[in-house]
Write a protein that binds this ligand. Structure first.
Ligand code: SF4
Length: 546
């Protein structure tokens, strides 16, 4: 029988997103300055850095400037500096420009970027600093001694779909570390367990999420201005669903078109993928894209709750950074700079902890204080009630955001803090009218989910246990069908969940190999019985330019 390997490290970052990579670079430099020898590694579930990285994205370079003082004279892989920006309200057929882009939403001096390219670039910088990067290994369990986190167990390989060991079975390794820094992205499975076990959300507003779905379109030469930025509201989501669209001009005549849909809608029939296809039917978008060819697809959830939804950030032996902690400015639709800065602040706490040899909860609480006195807090405090305002629809949200500009973020509340409830609780029972009956997927301009998934280059070993764990499938085939009409078929942007006829009834089929790891199902399931856990390391999408 194979033995479980044990690896001893000083510091382990989990997830090779911008938060972990910036944190690892900063930590290595701090350690080198102080002459401290310590092993630092990053664990990544994707087959390579960047393969699971997806964002809009427009990057505010603030954290990059701090990390790379010679910025902008670096070889950063930006697409272009933002050259023009527009804000539109869309009706079904018209595009109405806002007279100006409010300063709080302006992207002046920011950069259109592919997050995949940026993380690959940061990964190289990490390796140059002496950070070990372990790709293709998913963290599946936190290791504890008492209530102190002491490491991470990686997933076993070679378990078949019935849970039996295959000949090539290899047990996961125990990576023991003095400090574990979780930068798994949104709704990470280790993060979810850590937050639950230590009750880190106590006293916070529940986190609320959105899901972003996007396609890249290759256009004829000379037709896409790099650095072009447009954001829209209105069609196709209307006024009851939080969210809006973005269109960014990338290098080499690529349009980056995406739609962000708040995961706190009431209608269980909402389908973010189909809303993106509806958006493409708008005459303005059609006029821009119709001569092009779709080349890539992806989806990812993002934390929208803001400052009041950020959990306690540290426990003995572990800290939360980036999207795992909820660092996202919903009003600016930006989180990469906040993620990077949070990783850097966790690195500073870690460097001090390594110097003193103390890693308890009270020692690492220094990280919470660093966040509270950083520009992350300043930025998020000014928009602390942004998302909550949209509980009263689009115009209510805009009014609240407008008042927030003059009240330092208080919005229309008398108290500093507007409350919110978890998005899945807002879903209303009763099957609603089909919003998508007029959509015709022609396979060249409008795509069904299966075709779009093909363009996400997603692959999973088929002979493994599904990584979507449903605690009680009886709920799916009876109660959920009756009460909500099986919203999993709609909210999953990758056609993973399908209700199929089965004798006199029906059964749930889980096409787990389609999964693009967006975590929407874990977040939006009205009964909260879906747990997304990592599949075998290395499986999932292979995004290059998203
Ligand atoms: Fe996203 Fe869940 Fe569908 Fe996977 S199964 S693509 S995590 S909604």
């Amino acid at each position: 029988m194979s033995e479980r390997e044990v690896l001893d490290l000083d510091v382990l970052f989990v997830g090779a997103g911008p938060a972990s990579l910036a944190g690892a670079i900063h930590l290595k430099r701090l350690l080198s300055k102080s002459g401290t020898e310590a092993s630092v590694a990053v664990l990544e579930k994707a087959s390579e850095i960047g393969a699971h990285s997806l964002s809009g994205a427009i990057v505010d370079p603030r954290a990059l400037r701090e990390l790379f003082p010679d910025f902008p004279d670096t070889d950063l892989p930006f697409e272009a500096e933002v050259s023009e920006e527009h804000l539109y309200y869309l009706t079904e057929n018209k595009k109405i420009p806002f007279p100006f882009v409010p300063p709080s939403m302006s992207h002046h001096h920011c950069f259109v970027t592919s997050l995949g390219k940026l993380t690959r670039w940061l990964g190289n910088k990490c390796e140059n600093e002496g950070v070990d990067i372990f790709c293709g290994f998913a963290g599946t369990k936190l290791l504890y001694e008492g209530e102190q986190v002491v490491g991470v167990r990686t997933g076993d390989r070679g378990i078949d779909k019935n849970g039996e060991k295959k000949p090539q079975f290899e047990p996961g390794a125990d990576i023991r570390a003095k400090v574990v820094i979780l930068g798994e992205g949104t709704r990470g499975s280790l993060t979810k367990n850590l937050i639950d076990r230590h009750e880190l959300m106590q006293g916070c507003n529940p986190q609320v999420w959105a899901v972003g779905v996007k396609e890249l379109w290759q256009m004829p030469s000379g037709t896409v201005p790099p650095g072009y930025v447009a954001h829209t509201m209105g069609f196709p989501l209307g006024q009851a669903i939080f969210g809006g669209a973005f269109l960014y001009g990338m290098q080499n005549d690529i349009w980056d078109l995406g739609l962000v849909v708040g995961l706190d809608y009431q209608n269980p029939g909402v389908d973010s993928h189909h809303e993106l296809q509806r958006l493409k039917n708008h005459p303005w978008i059609r006029s821009l894209l119709s001569a092009g060819k779709m080349i890539a697809y992806g989806a990812k959830s993002l934390p929208e709750g803001g400052w009041y939804s950020i959990p306690k950030l540290s426990v003995g032996g572990a800290m939360l950074i980036g999207d795992s902690a909820g660092f996202m400015n919903g009003q600016r639709l930006k989180g990469i700079h906040l993620a990077m800065k949070s990783g850097m602040l966790a690195a500073e706490t870690t460097a001090e902890a390594l110097a003193t040899g103390k890693f308890s909860e009270s020692d690492l609480a220094d990280y919470d204080s660093r966040i509270a006195s950083s520009w992350i807090r300043d930025e998020l405090w000014k928009v602390r009630n942004f998302h909550q305002g949209f509980d009263r629809g689009l115009f209510g949200g805009l009014a609240n955001a407008g008042i927030g500009l003059f009240t330092g973020g208080r919005g229309w509340g008398i108290k500093n803090r507007l409350s919110s409830e978890a998005g899945h609780k807002k879903m209303q029972k009763g099957v609603k009218k089909n919003r998508y009956q007029d959509l015709q997927f022609d396979g060249t301009y409008l795509f069904d989910k299966v075709t779009d998934v093909y363009y996400s280059a997603t692959a999973h070993e088929e002979d493994q246990m599904p990584h979507l764990k449903i605690r009680d499938q009886d709920v799916c085939v009876s109660k959920c069908t009756e009460e909500y009409g099986n919203p999993c078929e709609k909210f999953c942007p990758a056609n993973v969940y399908e209700m199929l006829p089965d004798g006199d009834g029906q059964r749930l089929q889980i096409n787990f190999s389609n999964c693009v790891h967006c975590k929407t199902c874990d977040i939006m399931d009205p009964y909260q019985i879906i747990d997304w856990v990592p599949p075998e390391g290395g499986d999932g999408p292979v995004w290059v330019n998203l």
